[in-house]
Design a protein around this ligand. Sequence first.
Ligand SMILES: Nc1ncnc2c1ncn2[C@@H]1O[C@H](COP(=O)(O)OP(=O)(O)OP(=O)(O)O)[C@@H](O)[C@H]1O
Length: 677
Amino acid sequence: MNLYDDVKFIKGVGPKFEEKLNKCGIFNALDLLLYFPRDYDYIEDNMSIESIDENEKIILTCRVCGIGKTYRTNTRKLLSQIIFTYNDVTVVGKWFNSPYVVKSFKDNETYNLLGKFKRIGNRIEVINPQIVNKECVTRNIVPIYPLKGDLTSKSISKIINNVFNEISIEENLPAKILKKYNLCSLEDAIKEIHFPSSKVSLQRSIQRLKFQELFNYSMKLLILKDKFKHNNSGIAFKISDELALLKEKLPFTLTKAQSKVVREILIDEKKHVPMNRLVQGDVGSGKTIVAIIAMFNVYKNGYQSVMMAPTEILAMQHYEEVKKILSPFDVDIELLTGSTSAKEKKRIKEKIRLDMPVIVVGTHAVIQEDVVFGKLGMAVTDEQHRFGVQQRNRITSSNNKADVLVMTATPIPRTLALYLYSDLDISIIDELPPGRKRIITEYFREQSRDDAYKKVHSELQGGRQAYIVCPLIEEDTDKKLNSVESLYNELSQGILSNFKVEIMHGKLKPKEKDEIITRFKNKEIDVLISTTVIEVGVNVPNASCMVIENSERFGLAQLHQLRGRVGRGKYQSYCFLIANIKSKTTQRRMEIMTESTDGFYISEQDFKLRGTGEMFGFRQHGDSGLLLADFIEDIDILKAAFKEAGVLLSSEAEEIKKLCMSLEKSLVKSSRFICFN
Ligand SMILES: Nc1ncnc2c1ncn2[C@@H]1O[C@H](COP(=O)(O)OP(=O)(O)OP(=O)(O)O)[C@@H](O)[C@H]1O
């Protein structure tokens, strides 16, 4: 059997099983091998009390010494308790909503309980433990796979084992690198991640695979960089005389930083080498106008431009801004999103196919689907939190000549930007437009959240508007986190009852969201309670205050992005962070937010706090295509992998050229970062 064979050829996979695997995105043997466990149960037998780690599942043989009554908790759950002893220590077993479970236990009998045991004072607690027959536990580390439908981790393990019986995996890193970094072979790494033999070897296999991903990531970046450098087929645009007029007609004067970045872009536009530039600017620093000027010049040269935004709201907003800024000029501008009617889409696509100049604003997805540009001169992509090389390559590969401008508001620590964006030239807008007042940020513990809302009330009375952000849409059963719905009920009938309060969240249709934002912009809504869907780019200058509930749940970069929705006009703005502060790190994170409104400072501090087990704003697995590695946590591996990729690429060895070729192919073909030759 071969790695690219369909899963149906794997022993033990029938048509029904195949369908289930397909639903998990597993189509061939390779997909299956790269379907890594999301977690593991570490099953240890009879440990000493002192060495219990509450994050690991263990088996303790406990004797029943008391069966408690089942009763309802404050949150309306049924709680049943049984008291055990283990080596003379009291163990409290708790089961929620399973009153029948108590019937399984008899007084004074012993049972093998499997679960996560937690020490609380001088006793131990375990929630929903299972009774196990020790003989059935064959492994100490049991993989838990991300599952859909009625698939089980056991069934996946079984067929992975069958694949290993039939194939072997070739090594694809040079022996020199393996030795230098003490990495295990690729085959061992993949075997270990599915069937760990010990914690140490599991860690070693994860390290190897992380190295692999980051090495491939670096190779791809460096190959792209090289490709750009040697691509002389770009369009050398002239600088239009009308640019001066455009600058005169702008509703404001560009900041020094904006002017500098515009100059850098125009110099690129004049060159024969296609532009590949990243504009990094803090929230509200005015990146859009810079892109508009760049696209205007391309238009005046008779070419098309496309501006891609991550959400419909943002695409709409950009479209309006482009139309407004370019209204004194005769420029053809189109909006293309998922909500555009089929008839309109057809008309716009037909128009774009011609070689007439036009500026198209839209969402990434729609524009990348099946739109063919007749005369593309520039692609602007609002990358937000994406670091996907894949995505960048897709834009360039559709048209090798077009200039590419990537905009991001994610302040990335400089050390990291060097690696993540090494294929791009970087421009930074490090200045806010004049007249902006510093956003006053305060944090409140849960107990004093009313104080925050009193302040919101007074802002609203002054004619301003407010955002309230929370992590959930609907109420959660534990009532630990605030939801849009519960806050709406609480606030619209309570302290904010005199104001027009509305809600917004990701489950609404794009059209509904647009409509809400438009009404908020038109001041028909005073308070918008929302999930983080408002995080990206929404621009309502009259909104001067924001409350972020459960702030401890958000990464610093995300809090900074959210806060950037206020302070966009002439009014003094406020951000109130309500947090459940249980650790020093959470407190420190809140302090960082109150100390500074500089995205770069915040991201550096976030970077320093890494490894604390708290959430970060940069967890990018999905967007970057990385399965295991994390750019922030694994920065040291990234550095090493980047260095080795550079050394390899500059060497002349035949095998390296072959590797590069296969990587280059995979740039277009495969979204998997682990590449098998
Ligand atoms: N030089 C300037 N002087 C005054 N206002 C400006 C200037 N440049 C931009 N603006 C205004 O500032 C606001 C924010 O600009 P813009 O939306 O481009 O920011 P951004 O950098 O894209 O921020 P975000 O990443 O948060 O979306 C807009 O209302 C814009 O018209």
